[in-house]
Design a protein around this ligand. Sequence first.
Ligand code: LLP
Length: 441
Amino acid sequence: MYRDRLPLFPDTVALRPGQNGSPSLHVGGCDLNRLAAEWSTPLYIYDLQTIDSAVQAYQDALSRHYPGPAGITYAGKASLNLAMARLMAAHGLLLDCTGVGEMHIARAAGVPPAQLLMHGVNKSQADLQAGLAHAGTLVVDNPPELERIAQLASARGSAPALWLRVRPGYAVDTHHFRQTGQHDSKFGMDADQCVDAIAFCQRNDLPVTGLHFHQGSHFHAAEQVLPALDMVCELMGRLQRQLNWWPQVLSPGGGWGVVYHEADLPHRPVEEYVATVAAALAEKLSPYALPLPRLQVEPGRSLVARAGIAIYRVGTVKRAGGRRWLLLDGGMADNIRPALYRARYSALPVTDPLSRAPISENAWLAGPYCESGDLLIEDLPLPEIKSGELLAVPVSGAYQLMMASNYNGALRPAVVMLRDACAQLAQRRETVEDLLLRDIV
Ligand code: LLP
């Protein structure tokens, strides 16, 4: 009955007999029941093989469809810790860090400077200093920031490669909180500002090598990138004519969406997006007798979301006013996305997930926090679920823990990485002592 939810889970999902003999969800060769018993709940797990395949899908699509050089930057804001930074670096990806905080994590993971890139819309002096000292590439958001970079670079006697963030004037179709490319967005520079910025870099001997744009996050129609690509290719022509400048790198940002709920399946292949961008770029630039820039895609969610699962334990089961409530041990503190964007998730019980008889009453899954907005999943068909059972929420690998909070004294969950039937703790659960770390006693 609930079989249509399985494709939401990582590639390695399987049903195998668990401890008491009933079928139990396994991922990465590990029994989710055992993981929850070992590390408690809420627990976030990542199937690394699913991330490997997602990286491979981008690499294959780029090499199949783009006639020039190409690369991938992982947008670390989707999910970042030492293990994730090391995994992405081992795949040869650049790692996009927003500001000094993420840069600190990436450096602690040992990511080499050449693979570090810094983004940020209102970079602090500390951000810029970290970017200049440690990143191979710094993406410049605005003209005053460029002037500050010039000053810091002249004091240091060196600068990383600079890319300009273009504001193309076109956003993708997504929740308005996630749109960034529109003409009145807070991100990036318009065409005239970009021309002035390149001229400024030329006058000041700054190594500006690329153009970047990002229209928004979690979109599903590849052709929505085309108007922005048009705008940027036109800008390239203008920069070539007026300043004899041509980018070595062009990054169309990230944003390719994923599927969170079975109603939206099947998954849209990344190849659809990459092929559209690659073909349009190669075609629009063909009139120029100049080398194709390196096409540097910058995904976050589509590399990691489906690899992640959040496992919760059901506490109280309650009926109120005709509604069946399953109250979980996690919710808005580890996943604010339903409250913030009305994001719609699905779930399966970890034990015997597929063969139980359905019941007519749908379930409302909520967390333990003191507000009614702490609602994880509304109106989901589920069989009878008892207190103490485990529920697995798929597609939980992106932008959940990164936006987690300590609301109501919540402790951020542990993170476990799975590969080849081995489970490794990547981040321990927060403790109550952690809640006092910043207080002055
Ligand atoms: N590049 C830049 C400059 C970005 O700002 C972002 C995401 C990405 C790449 C990666 O986008 P992705 O491929 O992951 O869609 N908290 C929201 C998402 C905000 C995305 C912010 N920027 C959510 O939970 O849906």
